[in-house]
Every structure is written in structure tokens, then in C-alpha cells.
Design a protein around this ligand. Structure first.
Ligand code: GRF
Length: 211
């Protein structure tokens, strides 16, 4: 990893961590001028932590507390402190299955991004690829967006389309969306690290076009 790249990324994930792997590979390959400063998970057995350990990247499980869909106050404080101590410039949500609330959002305002497996604002929430298939859309995709207090609602940084095929199953569609995510997310984070992105209300402006 290049030592002079000081933009520091913190990653939060609850699952297998394939987006984290794509991101870490892009950092290691010099495609993102940044350093993976910290990986955090609310699930002790999450694949994302194992992937981080394999890569010798700082990674930690923090118990989420009593709630199912959000962090409790102590857990929120623990996540915020860990990320502040790691001096992260950007927080990348990569399959983190809890909604982030007030204190967390205030601590890192404008510095949290997420990837969602649909073309927002269509199909926010859980299992967006299943929602898209059930609705019968012919094109879906993935969206990288800033995180605000809404669910999958913040300003859109970039989107990538994925066609829906007549013979798609939820699994086959999800797999193609995942592949698109692994391209799109590192490109967006690279642009953020290079300060090539500015925000004007809901509009995110790229100094260089994402494609
Ligand atoms: C991705 O599909 C992403 O869109 C959603 O959570 C999933 C995470 O997958 N937010 P992985 O853990 O990165 O494989």
C-alpha cells in the first residue's frame, strides 16, 4: 500500500463483504488513493471481518446492543469513537444492516456513503433485487449515495444499470447486480478520495465523468 496516500477509509459491514473485498483490492492496486483505516462490524462472524483479517487490515467487532435494526446509544458511541480514533475521512457502508441515527450522522456529516442494489429512488429497503423482479421492471441496477437520516434517501453519487432477463431468478439477478456494485463502488470512492466530487443540494457533480 502506498504510504503517502493519507485519505482514510472506514468500512462498516454486516455480511460477506464482497464490496469490501473489491474496495480493498482497488486500494491495494493503487486505483483508490487511500488507506483502509478500519473495518467494523456488528456481527462477530461476518465474512467482512475475516476478509479484513486476511489482508492484515485493522478490523473489529462492536456489539450493536439490544435493537435489531439500529445501534443502541452505547454501541453508537463505540462505533463513533472507533472511527474518530482511526481518523477516517470517509465511511463506506458495505452491507451494514443497521440504520444510522442522529449522533453518528452528525459526527460524520456528508462523509458517509452507501451502496444500494437498485436504481434509487425505486425499491429502497430490504432485498431490492426481489422487489425489482416482482415489480416486473426491465432494468434495475445499483446506486451509490450519500447517507442522510432517510432510508436509502441521500444524494445520488452514481448509478449503474443492470438488465433484468426474462429467465432471471432473484439469485441470478442479485449476482449480476453484485458484479456491477464491485465496479461502481470503488470508482465512486476513488473520486471522493481525489476530491473530484462536489454536492449542490441533491445534485452530486463529478469533475470528471464517472464513465
Ligand atoms: C450489497 O448488495 C449492497 O448493495 C447492500 O448490501 C450488500 C452487501 O454485500 N447494501 P457484500 O457484503 O458487500 O457482499
Amino acid at each position: 500500500m502506498p504510504v503517502n496516500n493519507t485519505f482514510r477509509i472506514g468500512v462498516l459491514g454486516s455480511g460477506k463483504g464482497s464490496n469490501f473485498v473489491a474496495m480493498a483490492d482497488a486500494v491495494a492496486a493503487g486505483k483508490i488513493p487511500a488507506q483502509m483505516a478500519l473495518v467494523l462490524s456488528d456481527i462477530e462472524s461476518a465474512g467482512i471481518l475475516a476478509h479484513a483479517h486476511e489482508r492484515n487490515l485493522p478490523a473489529q467487532f462492536i456489539p450493536p446492543g439490544q435493537f435489531r435494526t439500529k445501534l443502541d446509544d452505547d454501541a453508537e458511541d463505540a462505533f463513533v469513537s472507533a472511527l474518530q480514533n482511526a481518523r477516517v475521512d470517509l465511511i463506506v457502508l458495505a452491507g451494514f444492516m443497521r440504520v444510522l441515527k442522529g449522533n453518528f450522522l452528525r459526527a460524520f456529516e456528508g462523509r458517509i456513503v452507501n451502496i444500494h442494489p437498485s436504481l434509487l429512488p425505486s425499491f429502497p429497503g430490504l432485498e431490492a433485487w426481489k422487489q425489482a423482479l416482482a415489480h416486473g421492471v426491465k432494468v434495475t441496477g445499483c446506486t451509490v449515495h450519500f447517507v442522510d437520516a432517510g432510508v436509502d434517501a441521500g444524494a445520488i453519487i452514481a448509478q449503474q444499470t443492470v438488465p433484468v432477463r426474462d429467465d432471471d431468478t432473484p439469485e441470478s439477478l442479485h449476482q449480476r447486480i453484485h458484479a456491477a456494485e464491485h465496479e461502481l463502488y470503488p470508482r465512486c470512492v476513488a473520486a471522493l478520495a481525489r476530491k473530484e466530487i462536489s454536492v449542490s443540494g441533491r445534485r452530486v457533480i463529478w469533475k470528471t465523468h464517472p464513465d
